[in-house]
Design a protein around this ligand. Structure first.
Ligand SMILES: Cc1cc2nc3c(=O)[nH]c(=O)nc-3n(C[C@H](O)[C@H](O)[C@H](O)COP(=O)(O)OP(=O)(O)OC[C@H]3O[C@@H](n4cnc5c(N)ncnc54)[C@H](O)[C@@H]3O)c2cc1C
Length: 315
């Protein structure tokens, strides 16, 4: 089978000059580095704008006061994050180059508040590159989460599953290349039959096929993306990308990153009825499910949050 390599870097000459703009030394080191994700994917920082001080600067513009001490800046960022004052975080932006399977890209593209430019399989020919999940990712259907997977299948069965995925993908790419009838230079390999257009030849390719995109987003909306996609409810494959981006964010805006962990990623929202149960416990009472007014799932969720070890026994 013919394989063509998509270029991982745009074929443009970047002229690098000294800048008067604020830069972040830890992120400068990450520029152009590729963070490997899944079997053939990656995340790469192409460019960025702003840092923690840009957030502070924007927040203080309303009072006409500049940057104060470091600890006051940290307190301000934590205050903004805690109280949902989101617009100062929009002052920072990041542009990433991402290579990802199409089924992950479909979930990714739902985040509407980013700017995207994707590889065109109407214009160009796709590489024969597809995602093959490792054996430990091959979970059986979960019984308590219709959108999730449970324990991994046995090693023997995993081999069969992977052979099936691999065989189907290779067959699809074989058909794709046959339909394209392209010698790699835009001429027919076989002069006796037509070369199907790229835009229609691609439609039989699997969702595991890798695509690439440039993705630019501001920090506020990036935190929203990360909150949803680092979470255990998100599909494992997109979670792996989100985890890499979270590490990049820790280099870029370390104070905002800590505030995000504190008030969003590792924080929980309680309903009014759940808070009433927590108050009862704080007063030394022993609330019961029957009198709590909570649904079973809210009660179980609260039990787990308050005491993960004894979740089975209740609060
Ligand atoms: C675990 C999980 C499971 C999911 N399952 C499904 C599913 O089964 N089916 C499905 O279709 N989707 C599903 N989604 C996608 C989900 O519903 C959201 O579309 C996606 O997460 C994008 O979130 P968002 O709207 O907050 O992000 P963004 O699109 O980046 O928007 C950020 C915020 O901007 C605002 N905003 C953006 N655009 C608009 C607009 N046009 N109008 C009003 N406000 C706007 C909203 O406040 C929004 O929260 C799932 C997501 C997750 C994380």
């Amino acid at each position: 089978m013919k394989t063509r390599k998509q270029s991982t870097k745009a074929e443009v000459q970047l002229s690098i000059k000294p800048t008067a703009r604020p830069t972040v030394a830890a992120l400068e080191k990450q520029l152009q580095r590729t963070w490997k994700v899944l079997d053939h994917g990656f995340v790469r920082v192409v460019d960025y704008m702003g840092d923690d001080s840009a957030i502070v600067q924007a927040a203080r513009v309303s009072y006409g006061k500049g940057t104060k001490t470091k600890s006051k800046d940290k307190n301000l960022i934590f205050y903004l994050m805690k109280n949902g004052h989101t617009s100062p975080f929009e002052m920072c932006e990041i542009k990433l180059h991402i290579k990802l399977p199409i089924f992950v890209a479909r979930q990714w593209i739902r985040h509407r508040t980013a700017n995207v430019n994707e590889y065109s399989a109407r214009y160009s020919i796709l590489d024969a590159e597809f995602y093959l999940p490792p054996p430990e990712s091959l979970g059986i259907q979960s019984t308590n989460n219709k959108q999730g997977r449970a324990d991994a299948v046995t090693t023997d069965y995993a081999t069969k599953v992977r052979d099936t995925f691999r065989g189907d993908a290779i067959h699809s790419f074989h058909s794709y290349n046959w339909l394209l009838n392209d010698d790699g230079d835009g001429h027919p390999s076989d002069l006796d039959r037509p070369s199907l257009s790229r835009e229609i030849a691609r439609i039989g390719l699997p969702l595991s096929t890798y695509t690439q995109m440039y993705w630019k987003i501001d920090l506020h909306n990036l935190f929203n993306f990360l909150r949803l996609r680092v979470d255990s409810h998100a599909q494992r494959e997109i979670r792996e990308y989100a985890s890499s981006i979270l590490k990049i964010v820790s280099h870029w805006v370390p104070i905002s990153y800590s505030a995000f962990l504190e008030y969003q990623l590792h924080a929980k929202i309680f309903s009014a009825a759940q808070l009433a149960v927590i108050s009862e416990i704080a007063l030394g009472n022993k609330p019961t499910f029957e009198k709590s007014g909570l649904s079973k799932s809210e009660w179980n969720e609260l039990s787990f949050l308050l005491n993960p070890k004894s979740a089975q026994d209740g609060i």
